[in-house]
Design a protein around this ligand. Structure first.
Ligand code: SF4
Ligand code: SF4
Length: 454
């Protein structure tokens, strides 16, 4: 006689032999017979998570929960599902699972990661948009404090085709360095606009911070206020690196896109890999020469993944580890929003189409996926938790827009925080961006076809 336990043993054997497709067929047949069997449902969760089928894993966990008395060993799988959902952008759903299962986990002596609270500086809802609609907020992905992206060096020595510096050369945009006194005045205004807030200060947006001759003093100005500073560089320059390290930024990210010049030079156009490699070693040496201090400066080697450079992942991870740096690899994205919209509308130029074809996730596909997975109930993080200030003090609609006509104010120092927020929430371009699925927001619907992002 066929029993549920006998079927489970057979499925476990198939899983142990890595025969996932066969295991999946057997599991489905068993579930058709015993749809409420907790052990089978849990196996379905495990198998679905392993295959990246979030919809199926979610549905099986819902079925287990609806039984009222799920087995105690389901809780670790709640944690795994919550993590997978979070990584795929379904933060509200991941949070709901964690929240709902906390009491059960506590009673079972199991520690689930706690749901993330909404940071106190973020209200639960947006002010009404110009359409009259109000949107919900969520714990942001980019940081648990408010972020100011200040482009201290409004120019770059590289011409990456994924970045407007490389792909929007025709745009008339002024270039230059932010004077130190303007930077200090901007920090003072942030402090008086939003007293008590300890923001994160990004010292870049569309520029290379090391081009600024006073970068060390800029970092110190942030540190004196007890705020977090974040420098992103390609390390194609070594001038000023010693002063940068001595100024102790909170975080230095070195972006890279390969470990062979032919790959690197394609996506970090004009970049010289040999120079980057030698500057990484120099950075290590400069850090070692510093007296030990807490907290240490975090250095991350960040690989932008394209179709052509994935083989470099392990080698660059090994290099980062050898140098004592963190390593992260994430899919490269096309910027700015304007270019993504052109691609989705079929009006992009050849350079943009070419770089888009090299991305792991084509913007047109991302647009389609986001429009499928979003109800439009959630605010955009680039709007509710960030302000982008250009080198000349003008304020961009957000850190993802580049065209000067999308600036919302010509002078950050002459505008209140409330005024800037009102200008952002009244801007019609956000509606275009959101309709295209390019807003920086969360996914809150889970259609059957959904796949994890990476
Ligand atoms: S992505 Fe960074 S390094 Fe490349 S052109 Fe843009 S600002 Fe410069
Ligand atoms: S909706 Fe789009 S344009 Fe508006 S702030 Fe968000 S990312 Fe920027």
């Amino acid at each position: 006689m066929i029993t549920a336990d006998g079927e489970k043993q057979a499925i476990v054997a198939l899983l142990a032999a890595d025969q996932f497709d066969q295991a999946s067929v057997c599991l489905q047949q068993a579930l058709d017979r015993w749809p409420r069997d907790a052990g089978l449902l849990l196996m379905q969760v495990r198998l679905a998570l392993r295959q990246g089928e979030l919809q199926q894993a979610h549905a099986a966990l819902v079925a287990l929960r609806e039984q009222g008395c799920p087995p105690p060993d389901w809780l670790p799988w709640v944690a795994v599902l919550a993590q997978a959902l979070d990584q795929a952008g379904f933060r509200p759903l991941a949070q709901a699972w964690l929240h709902e299962c906390q009491p059960m986990a506590r009673a079972a002596g199991f520690a689930l990661p706690a749901p993330l609270p909404l940071p106190p500086h973020i209200g639960p809802d947006s002010p009404p948009l110009h359409t009259g609609q109000t949107l919900c907020r969520y714990p942001p992905y980019e940081g648990d404090a408010y972020i100011y992206a200040i482009d201290v060096a409004g120019s770059c020595n590289l011409r990456c085709p994924s970045c407007p510096v490389g792909n929007m050369a025709e745009v008339q945009r002024s270039k230059g360095l932010m004077p130190l006194d303007r930077f200090e005045a901007i920090l003072d205004k942030i402090a008086s606009d939003r007293p008590g807030l300890r923001p994160i200060i990004h010292l870049f947006n569309w520029g290379e911070p090391l081009l600024h001759p006073h970068l060390g003093q800029i970092v110190q100005a942030v540190g004196r206020r007890g705020w977090v500073s974040y420098v992103s560089t390609t390390l194609n320059i070594d001038r000023g690196l010693d002063k940068l390290v001595a100024a102790r930024p909170s975080w230095i990210k070195v972006s890279i896109s390969g470990d062979r010049q032919q790959d690197y030079g394609r996506t970090h156009a004009r970049g010289q890999l040999e120079r980057v490699m030698s500057n990484l070693k120099l950075l290590r040496r400069l850090l070692d020469e510093q007296p030990p201090q807490q907290p240490p400066i975090v250095v991350t080697l960040a690989l932008h993944l394209y179709r052509h450079n994935q083989a470099a992942r392990e080698r660059l991870a090994a290099l980062a580890s050898e140098l004592g740096f963190d390593f992260v690899a994430s899919p490269a994205v096309l910027m700015p929003i304007e270019k993504n919209l052109q691609l989705a509308q079929g009006s992009a130029d050849a350079l943009t189409r070419q770089i888009a074809d090299d991305l792991l996730m084509h913007p047109a596909w991302l647009s389609q996926l986001n429009r499928q997975r979003r109800s439009g109930r959630f605010d955009c993080e680039a709007r509710f938790n960030m302000t982008a200030i250009n080198f000349d003090g003008s304020v961009a609609l957000c850190c993802c827009t580049y065209s000067p006509q999308l600036n919302i104010h010509q002078d950050f120092l002459q505008s209140s925080h409330e005024q800037l927020e009102a200008l952002k929430y009244a801007h019609p371009f956000c509606e275009t961006c959101t309709r295209g699925g390019f807003d920086y927001s969360v996914n809150d619907v889970l259609p059957a076809s959904v796949q994890p992002l990476a």
